[in-house]
Design a protein around this ligand. Structure first.
Ligand SMILES: [Zn+2]
Length: 356
């Protein structure tokens, strides 16, 4: 039976109608459950928005993965203190971004002592972490986004993340985008064997779908062998208009025959091969593992705290002149330069508080 739990969606830029459309669109594709991963560098309300939709949306059973603030007025609060507040609020997991721009901005590795208490707390609480580390290797090529030597190498970023995984053997870490290893079957296998607490999600990186095709029989075996370590994910996002196609692309990759099939997505045709997985394997990856890894039950939301945080952030934004943090955001995502982050956050909070 086709049923999907999508472990990796976003609601960038927190505009209500777009978020609601995302949820109803993917529900039409057979998605019943999904985890919203918060990225507070897009906007100060990321965590509150994820928790809000978890509380209120009826199309999907949503979970909220929190993220710590790195660029805004709360960035100086130690990460474990931020996490503690989010746990009280009722998050179901945590999202960590260790891409090259974030690494350069922060100036320290994710394995630095600064983050230790945060990881220890996540491990103690049994909260799963969706962890984006590095990017596809070609981005470091000459002329690529990370060719500049001020960026850490792919290897360095991966080593830092793996040190965290080793140090916290009971912390469930889901490396997003297959840990960008679709060109490195031996390394993927080594990590599965050496790190029993590590999982991969299948969120495109569309390069991954072509890379698998070069060695489809190998990967078919890998997917069967590690069927309990792989999680369905799409990066479906409130600011995209191909969310249904994304769900179809990832699902069909699992189930179609190893012959070629065509799926339109991101405005182009993907002509790729399926992994032709048996029903049990496909169902574990597309659905069952979500509950095995994230837990059967969602965490309850502390309503009083939710509204208290909304009031506080609204107050802080209203007291703030202009948006002094916008230039920090752009250091992490250059194309954010035209995005009115502060205004969208204000609109969101005013609407939520009015509904109360
Ligand atoms: Zn993502």
């Amino acid at each position: 039976m086709k049923r999907i739990a999508d472990s990796h969606i976003h609601i960038r830029f927190f505009e209500f109608e777009h978020a609601l459309k995302l949820f109803s669109d993917i529900a039409e594709c057979g998605v019943t459950d999904a985890a919203i991963l918060s990225l507070p560098y897009y906007g100060v309300i990321a965590n509150l928005a994820a928790v809000y939709f978890k509380m209120t949306n009826k199309d999907l059973d949503l979970r909220a993965f929190g993220g710590f603030h790195t660029v805004d007025q709360y960035a100086e609060i130690p990460p474990e203190v931020q996490l503690e507040a989010l746990i009280k609020l009722g998050i179901d997991g945590f999202k960590i971004m260790s891409c090259p721009t974030m690494r350069r901005y922060c100036g320290i590795g994710i394995d630095d002592e600064y983050y230790e208490k945060m990881f220890a707390l996540l491990e103690r609480e049994g909260l799963p972490v969706n962890f984006h580390v590095a990017d596809p290797e070609e981005f470091w090529d000459e002329g690529g986004s990370y060719a500049d030597p001020s960026f850490a190498s792919k290897k360095q970023l991966c080593d830092e993340a793996l040190r965290v995984a080793k140090r916290h053997p009971n912390l469930k870490i889901i490396f997003a985008h297959f840990f960008f290893l679709s060109n490195f079957p031996e390394e993927a296998e080594r990590i599965m064997e050496e790190y029993p607490n590590v999982y991969f999600d299948l969120t495109p990186g569309t390069e991954m779908y072509y890379n698998f095709d070069k060695n489809i029989e190998y990967w078919r075996g890998f997917f069967k062998k590690y069927k309990n370590r792989l999680l369905f994910g799409t990066d479906a996002n409130a600011n995209k208009d191909c969310n249904k196609e994304l769900e179809a692309l990832v699902y069909r990759k699992l189930t179609e025959k190893t012959d070629y099939f065509t799926q339109n997505c991101y405005g182009k045709d993907f002509v790729i091969r399926g992994l032709e997985l048996d029903e049990e394997t496909a169902d574990a990856i597309a659905y069952g593992n979500y509950f095995e890894i994230f837990g059967k039950e969602k965490k309850p939301v502390n309503l009083e705290l939710f509204y208290e945080y909304c009031e506080r952030v609204l107050h802080d934004l209203e007291a703030m002149e202009g948006d002094p943090y916008q230039e920090n955001r752009v250091k992490i995502v250059p194309k954010l330069d035209i995005y009115p982050s502060k205004q969208v956050s204000l609109d969101f909070l005013r609407r939520v508080l009015k509904e109360k």
